[in-house]
Ligand binder design. Sequence first.
Ligand SMILES: [Zn+2]
Ligand SMILES: [Zn+2]
Length: 214
Amino acid sequence: MNYIKLINGPIEENSFIVWDDKSHEGAIIDPGFTELDVYDKYILENNIKIKYIINTHGHWDHIKNNKLVKNAYGAKLLIHEDDNEYLSNAQLNLSYYYDKEVENTTADLLLKDKDEILLGNEVLKVMHTPGHTMGSIILYNDNLAFTGDTLFFGSVGRCDLPNSDKEIMIQTIEKFKYLLPKDSLVLPGHGKIESKFSEQLEINPFLTGKMKPK
Ligand SMILES: [Zn+2]
Ligand SMILES: [Zn+2]
């Protein structure tokens, strides 16, 4: 699967365009503040047909341009069922506290653990990873892992926000430690460094057990 990372917005959120080489079917992950002309450029260049917009979770910095992108490409919006309410609740998606306007959107399909999102011959698997939010997910295949705000380079997502839960995050860490393919490239929702999951298992203090989620 191919991907392009687009760093955007006031707190440098990572949005991704992913697509299958053969069918050119693709998806946009977490359209935060990335503008349409930026997406257009890469989508035209690579002849991509955007089928889905997928939110790794419902925070404002990851969902801000959902509506813009959905209208432009006629794509279906996907989010885990436990974060669905974030799409229309400014206090839950935190836009209220950051004084940012986020237009309400409605999901076309609600995701659950183990769902599979097909892009041509490629499959993005959904792993439910609650903690940072209750509907956080990691999307992965053999090569790539889009970890949202669940797993960062050397860290994990904060759990001191409304609706976060650090005890559940501890269970989530144990889950993805064993389920994520070791060879997959970790592509978090923030941060520039890309690393193999095998490296995170060695150096990330939250995965080695030296630190607990806060
Ligand atoms: Zn978040
Ligand atoms: Zn974020």
